[in-house]
Design a protein around this ligand. Structure first.
Ligand code: MG
Ligand code: MG
Ligand code: MG
Length: 308
């Protein structure tokens, strides 16, 4: 077993998965442990922008867990973690999702809080251990909070997220959180530069719902009009993915962060489950969900229940 602790977020990393890994790894090092941040895939355009803005290095790519000591952040699902996780030593988990299906033979640090962002929890851990958050790290953690909470608009947002964001903003010297947030979402969608497949996979997660492989992706936009003329090609690509990769269904959230709602694109052999989950009919492979912005809190739970 290697003695260095790799801190790593979920597959298909988002800004929180990469930035909370960097921040937690830094905290572990400050506490005298030997740690390195890692990532399970390429950073999205938002994450690249954040790391460049605050001059923080991209963590190394790690996808294999065998023989490694790992600290997982921002997930606890086998389907989202490193390959061969059963051959690793899990040192700890810090997460803000539902408890997944990862189990450990040994006692671990397991910190799960239902806040809007893993970086909020990591900021609290800095406080808990009395360690000052470095300026650049404060900047990237702040961006992770703005991204995960959709600039405090998402129902997942808690008082702790606001409180930690304000503290981190002070350290990083950022005054206008709203305009930094909007800039992040513009970077993230990057609709005009991306291929259809890139738009789909940039924030896409696999779930196992009662033995069925279900994919749920999301793109968060400052306006749905940005994607209107690409909806048909997105649907075509989703159907192709479903057939090629053996999904029971794929759901794709087109989230309007200003109007605070989601158009859910549905690609499934049967619409029965999704109609039961949301109490609405699918029309032209789509359902509009007023007030829905959070995959983890407003889409995964009703779908998982409907599949069970
Ligand atoms: Mg995440
Ligand atoms: Mg997160
Ligand atoms: Mg997210």
């Amino acid at each position: 077993m290697e003695d260095v602790i790799y801190v790593v977020g979920h597959k298909n990393p988002d800004t929180d998965s990469i930035c909370s890994a960097i921040a937690l790894s830094g905290l572990l090092n400050s506490l005298g442990l030997k740690s390195k941040p890692a990532r399970q895939g390429e950073p999205n355009s938002e994450t690249k922008f954040v790391l460049e803005k605050f001059e923080v290095d991209l963590p190394e790519l790690v996808t294999e867990a065998s023989g490694k000591r790992v600290f997982l952040v921002d997930h606890s699902e086998i389907s989202q973690t490193l390959d061969n996780i059963d051959k690793a030593e899990i040192f700890g988990i810090v997460d803000h999702h539902k408890i997944g299906d990862i189990t450990t033979p040994n006692p671990v640090y397991f910190i799960a809080l239902p806040y809007g962002c893993t970086s909020t929890i990591v900021a609290l851990l800095y406080q808990y251990f009395g360690i000052e958050v470095p300026e650049r790290i404060a900047g990237i953690m702040l961006c992770a909070i703005l991204s995960d909470t959709v600039i405090f608009r998402s129902v997942t947002t808690t008082e702790k997220d606001r409180e930690m964001a304000e503290k981190l903003a002070k350290i990083a010297g950022i005054n206008d959180l709203e305009s930094l947030g909007i800039q992040l979402f513009k970077e993230k969608s990057g609709i005009t530069e991306k291929s259809t497949r890139e738009i789909i996979v940039s924030d896409f997660k696999d779930f196992d719902f009662s033995g069925k492989k279900v994919g749920i992706g999301q793109v968060e936009l400052v306006s749905l009009s940005l994607i209107e003329d690409r909806k048909d090609e997105i649907l075509r690509e989703l159907r192709k993915m479903k057939d090629e990769e053996g999904y029971t269904a794929i759901y794709f959230m087109l989230t309007d962060i200003m109007k605070e709602g989601t158009e859910l694109l549905v690609v499934s052999d049967s619409n029965e489950v999704v109609e039961k989950a949301f109490g609405k009919k699918v029309q032209n492979s789509s359902i509009y969900l007023e007030g829905v912005m959070s995959r983890k809190k407003q889409v995964v739970p009703p779908l998982e229940k409907a599949y069970s």
